[in-house]
Design a protein around this ligand. Structure first.
Ligand code: SF4
Length: 265
């Protein structure tokens, strides 16, 4: 006969992060953004209660993120998040400053801000929620969208002939001396979500160590704009998008320990 264990006698192997706010969210069912708030809240926990953390959130579906993060947050005009974060970090250099922005904000409205912040070696951590579309305005293709991605402006899938090549902003930033860390992650299955947390953690570590701009390209699904079910979207991301955008550490942290982190952490 199976011996039942009382709850008070169980070992805790999975618990709520200190900062977690259980309010649900406004994203569509199956949205690839959904697994990321927990990761960030766990990383905020690791930074400790004495750490002051300020987030800057850009425009788009990403703007629904603040209620799920119990840190100080501010908004900004579309594509201006890195510029606003620059101002906060320069006024409050001891504060951990992070940017939550979509691929539209980074690659369309804010490409200028993105590269100039890298050139200036701004000591901030930037997280690009990358689903290849401007989702909140109708699902138009962005310059990060993979070849083959169906969107409202590429209903038969992106083609190089009609839409041009995707811009690999993470690889381009990695060439800049002011950028201290670059990674790319995906959220389409549990293994990749686990790996994503290691990369996100190192993006905060880069800032704590004064390493310059840290940038993480976070591949996420948008089943609504892609006209797919959540299962189809995750499959498409794993088979098509990740094959065109290899995940892992693109530019490791500096120093011996950083060198150890080449490839997957
Ligand atoms: S439109 Fe796309 S990105 Fe926006 S909440 Fe819905 S699934 Fe997520």
């Amino acid at each position: 006969m199976t011996q039942l264990i009382k709850p008070e006698e169980m070992d805790v192997v999975f618990d709520r992060p200190q900062f977690y706010v259980d309010q649900g969210h406004h994203w569509c069912p199956g949205c690839g953004y959904g697994v990321l708030p927990r990761i960030f809240n766990e990383e905020f926990d690791k930074l400790g209660p004495e750490a002051r953390i300020i987030g800057v959130v850009d425009i788009g579906c990403i703007s629904q993120l603040p209620p799920m993060l119990s840190i100080e947050m501010t908004g900004c005009g579309h594509g201006r998040a890195l510029a606003v974060a620059t101002g906060i970090k320069r006024i409050l250099p001891d504060v951990i400053v992070c940017v939550f922005i979509g691929d539209g904000g980074v690659l369309m409205e804010g490409l200028n801000e993105t590269f100039h912040a890298g050139a200036r070696a701004e000591n901030i951590s930037v997280f690009m929620f990358n689903n290849g579309v401007l989702a909140d305005t109708g699902g138009q293709l962005t310059m990060s969208g993979s070849v083959g991605l169906p969107t409202s402006t590429s209903p038969k899938g992106r083609t190089v002939e009609q839409h041009g090549h995707p811009i690999k902003v993470a690889e381009m930033l990695a060439t800049m001396p002011g950028v201290g860390y670059v990674g790319r992650v995906s959220t389409h299955d549990p293994v990749h979500v686990y790996r994503a947390q290691k990369v996100i953690s190192d993006a905060f570590r880069c800032q704590v160590e004064g390493g310059g701009l840290a940038f993480v390209d976070m591949l996420t699904t948008c089943p609504t704009s892609w006209s797919m079910t959540p299962v189809q979207a995750n499959k498409f991301q794993g088979e098509v998008i990740v094959s065109q955008n290899p995940v892992g550490v693109i530019k490791p942290l500096a120093g011996a320990d950083g060198d150890r982190r080449k490839g997957w952490p």
